[in-house]
Design a protein around this ligand. Sequence first.
Ligand code: NAG
Ligand code: NAG
Ligand code: NAG
Ligand code: NAG
Ligand code: NAG
Ligand code: NAG
Ligand code: NAG
Length: 541
Amino acid sequence: MDLPEFEVKRLLFAFHKIEYLVDCTMIGKKLRLFFFISLCGLMLAILLATWGIPKIVRSQIQKNVQIDPSSQMFDKWRKLPMPLTFKVYVFNVTNPEDISAGAKPELEEIGPYVYNEYRERTILGYGENDTVEYTLKKTFVFDQKETSSLSEDDEVTVINFTYMAAMLEVQELMPSLAGMINGALEEMFTNLTDPFLRVKVRDLFFDGIHLNCVGNSALSLVCGKIKSDKPATMRPSEDGNGFYFSMFSHMNLTESGPYQMVRGTKELQELGHIVSYKGKKEMNWRDPYCNQLNGSDATVFPPVEDSPPKRLYSFEPEVCRSLYVNLVGPAAIFDMNAIYYEIAEEALAAKTANRDNKCYCRKNWSANHDGCLLMGVLNLEPCQGAPALATLPHFYLASEELLEYFAGGISPDKEKHNTYVYLDPITGVVLKGARRLQFNIELRQMKGIPQLENVRTGVFPLLWIDEGAELPPEIQQELKQTHSLLGYVEMARWILLSIAILVLLASLFKLARSGALPIWGQHTNSVSFVLSGTGNGNKLQ
Ligand SMILES: *[C@@H]1O[C@H](CO)[C@@H](O)[C@H](O)[C@H]1NC(C)=O
Ligand SMILES: *[C@@H]1O[C@H](CO)[C@@H](O)[C@H](O)[C@H]1NC(C)=O
Ligand SMILES: *[C@@H]1O[C@H](CO)[C@@H](O)[C@H](O)[C@H]1NC(C)=O
Ligand SMILES: *[C@@H]1O[C@H](CO)[C@@H](O)[C@H](O)[C@H]1NC(C)=O
Ligand SMILES: *[C@@H]1O[C@H](CO)[C@@H](O)[C@H](O)[C@H]1NC(C)=O
Ligand SMILES: *[C@@H]1O[C@H](CO)[C@@H](O)[C@H](O)[C@H]1NC(C)=O
Ligand SMILES: *[C@@H]1O[C@H](CO)[C@@H](O)[C@H](O)[C@H]1NC(C)=O
């Protein structure tokens, strides 16, 4: 209880005054004792209700959510008790010949191909400043049941990602060599006729598409570039003569990190913050803002009950930056109260709309623009070593201009394409969340390159992923029990206080009834006299 000092004095004074009055009226000792005890009881109850119980509750919550082997959450943190669902939607190109001749692309979204994503952390040690260091291993397992009628053997026609990546890099670094390099690529990719790739989804996602490196000198130039850049999507083949390209195999079973995360044993509000990745506290965007490593890995958050932050940051190693979702407000899910956050336009806004994002720009990406990307497009080149572009699925929240490039198959929809999270405010547990990202590459017209001579320049989507988490029913139940327990504690607090007040009132009533306090009824001034504390204090000492 942190009452101001004078309030305490006043209370004490009033208390003395009452005692004095009681004394004067020669009341029975029992009644006085009863009154005295009930007054002490009320003070104790106030102390407990306003300070003691909340403090105990907070420390219990902290004990259970902090990253410490003694905490309830620890095992769930180390090894997620349920897999995330990793869904992939791929854009099948239905008019490749027409696109090569200059028509607008007509796409067809195919999916979802559903994988279960298991996550396990290996603890490397506990470090300075209340941190834990770990590596993260993800394992992807195809889920045929959820994928239903689709199969990993489906054949799709997609933009030839590696080919476009190679051509874009060549054109930027050494435009005069583009023709020669294209000749080399024609050898690398057998039967190169257009910028599209006919492939089984299995190979595109995980198994890999073989790229041959044995051939002329131009080919070794391209392969040398791949060897030195080491894009995550290129896996050297066993015989050392080439590479396998696939979108996700580097994520399967490879340990990522190490990450350093705040454990929240000291400062609970810092729980889950990633302070370093691969030993670095900053990214290398060559800009102090974009270099900041902010937020958690989107699976752990501190409790947000008292004042939910306006933005919730998460660090995304795939795009080498922190992204954020904005506070929308309270919501209900699984019969529980939650706080709802959603991605906002400003997170991926173009430099013109959000100056902060200027460092994510890419110079001269297209002849039509000032060197910076359009609204809603994130350049992954500095991060992944390949000129990939990330957006939200179907260019949701991105510039309308991007949509004009297509004849069909692209239709942004908030419900399907946003990124969001529902948090339990009391524990910070993620009740439900989805993280969605689309990978694109520029299809650029290049004179003198037969495959690209007539195409329209634009941002061409390859596929998008929907990584979703949902608290399984058993853990929902556990959480609900915790909530009801806290509800009882809250109720107990008020019951305690009410009882103490009632008892005090009863004792006062008894005192008054016994005629011990006649003075109260007679002098209308007496109460204010007693409480104002301006009376004759000497009498009391
Ligand atoms: C993708 O489109 C091609 C035509 O470009 C078609 O032959 C193929 O069946 C489509 N794939 C799927 C899985 O629908
Ligand atoms: C711990 O925090 C202090 C002060 O913020 C900082 O100077 C120091 O580098 C940190 N140590 C580690 C290992 O991060
Ligand atoms: C991931 O790797 C494991 C072990 O090699 C393998 O069993 C699994 O099929 C792989 N997942 C995918 C989707 O290829
Ligand atoms: C390349 O095209 C030729 C003729 O069109 C064909 O015989 C050959 O099988 C093709 N090679 C591959 C790898 O598709
Ligand atoms: C794309 O790659 C595949 C497989 O390597 C090849 O068959 C196709 O011809 C390639 N097309 C282009 C334009 O690179
Ligand atoms: C990181 O967080 C700080 C404070 O929360 C914020 O001011 C800053 O803009 C964030 N930086 C990035 C890159 O998101
Ligand atoms: C970008 O393009 C502009 C105009 O097309 C040109 O003047 C400038 O030199 C280019 N910058 C780079 C780094 O290529």
